[in-house]
Design a protein around this ligand. Sequence first.
Ligand code: BGC
Length: 469
Amino acid sequence: MENQIPNEIKEITQKLIISESDLNKVVSFLDQECQKGLNKALHSDVDVKMYPTYVHAIPNNNTNYEEGKFLALDLGGSNFRVGLVELIDDDIEMSSQMYALPEQLMHESGEKLFDYIADCLAKFMEEKAVKDKKLALGFTFSFPLKQEGLNKATLTQWTKGFKCPGVEGNDVVELLRQALHRRNDIDVEIEAIVNDTTGTLMSCAYQIRDCRVGLVVGTGTNACYVEKVEHISDYFPDSEITVLNPGQVIVNTELGAFGDNGVLDFIRTKWDKEVDTRSKNPGCQLFEKMSSGMYLGEIVRAILVDLIDRELILNGLGSEKMNTPFAFKTQYISEIETDSSGKYDEIDRVLKELDLTHATRDDCEIIKFVCSLVSTRAAQLASAAVATILNRIKRFNTTIAVDGSVYRKHPHFRKIMEETICKLVNPRYKLVLSEDGSGKGAALTASVAVKQRKISREMNQESFAQQQQ
Ligand code: BGC
């Protein structure tokens, strides 16, 4: 395909190709940021916040979790999901229901958002005939959270287009509790709040023992991993939930914000800058904006509009849709790249949706080429993130649990990642798709918490009894 691409187009888009040495630079800069993020004294100046999640035990051993029924809530993108998870005899079953999140709720008050969540939860419990039961709940909330406990967490800033006032700076668990209180018809105990990366890791660790990293490349991009507590300055775990694994904790890196201080400017293009300016949070989440589903389509659109304006494609003629910000969906990239060489079925369909029916075959090849440059760069950046983490944890063999729409749907994303990670690091690793990761993971975290509290209570009772003898 590349042979058919005119040199002028190749030159204009050259900056989207990241060399191996630049990718190594990304790894080294990210590592420095992670190191600083773990140091409380440097925390206020660092973008990659490395928040400890208070999740110490991973469910890779059945003595680590409690069996039974648990509820899961999952909020993080354009949909919201409620699940009922049953853990029994090493088996996990989940039934869940997806609820659309009306666009206006992403901008209205936090109170309205949490009332809606509570409402969906109550409806779901009614349908599953568990409304009269007291159940423990795990809440996946996929935004940057500064945690002070397993079920105490402040939202530091909204990402991914959310902007509800009254939530940033507040404890999200408390906001959900208040919403549940307002309706007062269900009895749930919010045991754990987790990021989607943590949920992804937890649900994979349940099946694969050496899973230590969770990666999400979906609407947003982020990763978490199991870190040694001794590497984190000024972190004080909650003694009730660390009885089994006090020496380790999952750290939510929030690496989507990597680059906000300018360190990635050497690979950012003018189109990345345009997309950032048009976003709801300019200057923030710059790594995420080069790698995640919320922005990849918009980057492609910005490049194509530029090429149309220079009269290099489509005879210089765009369409109203092509000129509408965010009208080129990231899903189109996956669809366009699905067409094998010489086939144009998906491209034709997508171009029709964008009112670009005047595209020639040469135009189609160029459009596909641009899509592949943008998706390859995203996969390589995600690989750089994984390589950085593998270097930090220094294990011989590690499974990385991965989830997210971009990773799942793009036809070559996984392959590009596998090829790239090998070039960047030595340790052996495996990428494993984490099915239903964030929902099941939240319920598993709640079950681990219940178990640890139980063990901790029993230990206290035993030591009290011994003191009495
Ligand atoms: C959020 C992360 C989340 C990621 C993937 C980012 O925008 O800040 O907390 O894990 O998206 O959903």
